[in-house]
Design a protein around this ligand. Sequence first.
Ligand SMILES: [Zn+2]
Length: 283
Amino acid sequence: MSVVQWLRMSPLVAMMAPTPVSGCPVTRPLEFKTISAIDPDIPASWQDKVFLTFDIDWASDAVLNHTLDLVEAAGVCSTWFITHPTPFLDRLLANEQVEVGLHPNLNHFFEVPNPKAATLEETLDSLHNLAPKARVVRSHSLVQSSRLSACFERMGFTHECNTFVPVSSGVSLKPWRQSHKPIQVPHGWEDDVAVTDHPQITPDAYLDQVARQQGLAVLDFHPIHVALNTEDLARYERARPAHQDWTALQDHRFEGYGTASWLTDLIRLTTKQPALTGSGGGR
Ligand SMILES: [Zn+2]
């Protein structure tokens, strides 16, 4: 079953959707943009815009294609942070609405020193070779440090996306410049954190809050959570043996209101496109 077929078959999505927290009207549609378009000195480059980002986290090509199918069907811009060489990168790099950034795994620097492990520069260079034009970066696990930021800047990265400030904090986000660092671009929503919030903020309420604050709307999704339509991290953990097996993964996908529902609702509400999910009206 295609993504669109599955989404159209999801009346449960509407029935199980969380109740909106706020009905404050906002001006929409808004425009989806890519991260490198953000200039802290030009608010119009990020206010009233939405920035979809995806951390691919070594997901299978079937999982990655599933999410890109969904984004392409909506015709919106997005930024993808890559982790590994895979044929899927050819499709990603050829898409003019996609910006490709790097998602290096630096966690081994926090483990017992291994003299054979790659240095920081080697780790970054090997990933950069997959997308030499990449100018945006987000570390796996959001690893950050002043030394790392300085390294990113030396390597020519213009934007770093390693700061997460959850929308539930009420903080109004904006990008900023800092010496010896790329432009810092915080995000306020992340799928694996959002599913642990009870109640979870709705896409409507999220967009309303950011609009009221005239803030920055950067959202961080993981294609595995889109594929599973994750609503609970226990589902993701249970499905681990099936993460690389698309057919087996289908048995683990949530049929209610989960991460894929949130993403498709966000796109629909932002662009005012007809409901992809069929969950439309009333939300
Ligand atoms: Zn990651």
